[in-house]
Design a protein around this ligand. Structure first.
Ligand SMILES: [Zn+2]
Length: 299
């Protein structure tokens, strides 16, 4: 019985016995470790494929479980190879199955026959997926040499310089992150200051002239100022020429005297006809009036 219940008998001495298991002379794995001195551990093993027992010739299905004797029998590189020795449940014959780390599978080594049910692409008109034929002819050594030389050249001429360049670039940027960060932050602060001043000036201007908040103002530098001035003068010229045209039209119609736009044109008898003509003149000026197209500069 394993020491599950942690009952410590009166004659148990921790110094001497170390553990309850050793006090009782038992292994921690209990009965499963009864052959541990031969390197055998009893484990539950499930058949990974269908087999025929070699002794009684009965078919045993995949998934049947046995209390198998598990034993390490070797290594494939650093991976241990285990063998599982099972006793047939239909007779008293033993059979043994081993792991095969190289091909990641199990193989029957003795006492039974494995039913081959693996899908073989070659057998079914396809190509072999894994070429593990040991008798395969060696590859052309010259071709292999050429290939490896090419690879070496590529490594020397392209890959290594590129890696070095990347490395030096990384060194350049990652050398002193504190200074770089300081520089960047200083610049950001300066830019932010300028931007803030500009924003304040714009806001003040908008407040002064009651301009909408969403209005976007152009940058105030020499080029814009010159352009604005030009626009202003163009607008002025257009206005003057329109004014001249209007005056000429009125003169042609004969409402306005040739020298002065009528302040006092007539009196007495012709008053009613004069009023009609004045109305006509007003209508004409209204039709002659155009939309003011010139934009006004902002300062
Ligand atoms: Zn059997």
């Amino acid at each position: 019985m394993q020491g599950f219940n942690k009952y410590y008998p009166p004659d148990y001495d921790g110094e001497k016995h170390k553990s309850l298991n050793s006090y009782r002379g038992k292994h921690a794995l209990g009965d499963r470790a009864r052959k541990i001195d031969q390197g055998i551990l009893i484990t539950r093993f499930e058949l990974p494929f269908n087999i025929w027992c070699g002794t009684c010739n009965n078919h045993i299905g995949m998934g049947v479980r046995y209390n198998a004797e598990k034993k390490k029998i070797g290594n494939y590189y650093s991976t241990p190879i285990y063998s599982f020795r099972c006793k047939c449940h239909l007779c008293d014959g033993w059979f043994e199955i081993q792991t095969d780390p190289k091909n990641t599978r199990y193989v029957v080594t003795s006492g039974a026959r494995q039913k081959q049910e693996d899908w073989d692409p070659e057998e079914n008109g396809g190509f072999a997926v894994h070429n593990t034929d040991p008798n395969e002819a060696p590859i052309d050594p010259l071709a292999a040499l050429e290939k490896s030389t090419e690879a070496q050249n590529h490594m020397n001429k392209v890959q290594i310089p590129r890696l070095e360049a990347l490395q030096s670039l990384a060194d350049h940027y990652g050398d002193d992150p504190y200074t770089l960060s300081k520089l960047a932050r200083k610049r950001f602060r300066e830019e932010k200051k300028v931007e803030k001043e500009k924003q304040a000036a714009d806001d003040a201007l908008k407040g002064r002239y009651g301009l909408p908040e969403t209005l976007k103002l152009t940058r105030d530098d020499e080029a814009t100022q010159a352009k604005d001035k030009e626009e202003w003068e163009r607008g002025k010229r257009e206005f003057a020429s329109r004014d001249r045209n209007k005056r000429r039209k009125l003169e042609l119609v004969g409402i306005v005297p040739r020298n002065q736009l009528g302040s006092s044109s007539s009196s007495g008898s012709g008053r009613s006809s004069n009023a009609a003509e004045l109305l006509r003149a007003r209508i004409l000026t209204n039709t002659a009036r155009q939309k003011p197209g010139a934009s006004t500069p902002r300062k």
